[in-house]
Write a protein that binds this ligand. Structure first.
Ligand code: ADP
Length: 359
């Protein structure tokens, strides 16, 4: 069981590329932390520095309160699962899972007991005699995870472990990883570019962009209280709608609709007069028709996507476009006029210059 602390951690690669800037995070024992962000934002680099596979250029990394910058991967007692699960093709599932222990010279009967226990957690008991070629992608990935968790380390690191699986297997394995974490209880850091994986698995999410941490918070905090346009647009599917424009006479033009900003800007109205802002609202927080304490938006329907549990409605007003999520029974006709309401309390405003939220 382990806690970790990263203080002003930076990574500058030998070619001079500054991949991670002043990364700060304290990870509590047993926490499930997810690093999320677009490809190239520095997630894997940070994970590899924690694993000891990459030098830390500057800053402090502590495990259980002790400096760990200079420790090798083995001394850190971390287990890592990579996206490509390189199993030994000529070994059975049993031997693949137990191999690390036999290298350490653990007794055969202990290995057998631990492999059986691990296989039970992972639902692999019936497959222990099989070779990897006779397993599905999901089963292979479970063997790879088994090989890591059998080591009983305090820290479990996973880099896009589900990226080689198909959509259905990903959903199943996601639930299994959550279950394994509950049972094994190890502090876990999980890297993904997929916001759904982040939202469903994490105790806390670290959103990264261009090597900088944007926000750290619970899934709920990130969804309801994003600090900037990037986080607001990254968390949620379909993403938050954004309309950029100037505040003129306390009003804001959302396409053909002129909105009085007083109900959402309140005392800050004067401060933003003449400034450019970003007006954000989530596809799922609208209501059809004209509701109370809401902005009423008239628009035209350009496209609809029936998804079963909801319909995505693509609307246009003036030159602005947005996506709305509506009940499938309310799916509007193409090219029809649609009036919808954005509750004042569901509006997010950002400063267009800094992209930071206006509170
Ligand atoms: P992510 O995991 O978020 O996709 P990475 O941490 O792999 O991103 O990479 C972050 C940035 O660092 C990328 O721009 C990548 O090209 C760069 N990078 C990764 N490894 C090296 C390296 N060995 N040398 C130079 N730049 C690297």
């Amino acid at each position: 069981m382990s806690t970790m602390e990263l203080k002003n951690v930076n990574k500058i690669y030998p070619n001079g590329y500054h991949a991670v800037h002043d990364f700060n995070l304290t990870i509590e024992q047993g926490e499930f932390i997810v690093f999320v962000g677009p490809s190239g934002c520095g997630k894997s680099t940070t994970l590899r520095m924690i694993a000891g596979l990459e030098d830390i250029s500057s800053g402090d990394f502590n495990i259980n309160g002790k400096r760990a910058n200079e420790l090798g991967p083995r001394e850190r007692e971390v287990a890592m699962v990579f996206q490509s699960y390189a199993l030994y093709p000529n070994m059975t599932v049993f031997d693949n899972i137990g191999f690390g222990l036999s290298l350490q010279g653990v007794d055969d009967d202990v290995i057998e007991e631990r492999v059986n226990k691990t296989a039970k957690i992972l639902g692999l008991t019936d497959y222990l005699d099989r070779f990897p070629r006779a397993l599905s992608g999901g089963q292979r990935q479970r063997v790879a995870i088994g090989r890591s968790i059998i080591r009983k380390v305090g820290i479990f690191l996973m880099d896009e472990p589900l990226s080689n699986l198909d959509a259905k297997q990903r959903v199943t394995m996601r639930a299994e990883i959550a279950q394994i974490h509950r049972e094994a209880g190890a502090t876990t850091i999980y890297v993904t570019h997929d916001q759904t994986e982040a939202m469903t698995l994490a105790d806390r999410i670290v959103v990264m962009k261009d090597g900088y941490v944007q926000q750290v918070g619970t899934p709920k905090e990130l969804y309801f209280d994003p600090v900037n346009v990037f986080v607001a647009g990254f968390i949620g599917e379909p993403p938050m709608n954004f309309v950029r424009g100037e505040v003129k006479g306390g009003k804001f033009a959302l396409g053909d609709n002129v909105l009085d900003l007083a109900p959402v800007l309140g005392g800050k109205l004067a401060q933003y007069e003449g400034k450019r802002i970003v007006f954000g609202f989530r596809p799922e927080s609208i209501e059809l028709g004209e509701q109370a304490e809401s902005y009423h938006i008239s628009s035209t329907v350009e496209l609809t996507e029936m998804l079963g549990d909801n319909t995505n409605v693509y609307i246009v007003t003036g030159t602005e476009r947005a996506i709305l999520k509506v009940d499938p029974h309310d799916t509007p006709a193409l090219d029809s006029k649609l009036t919808f309401s954005i509750p004042h309390k569901s509006v997010y405003l950002f400063d267009d210059a800094t992209e930071m939220v206006i509170k």
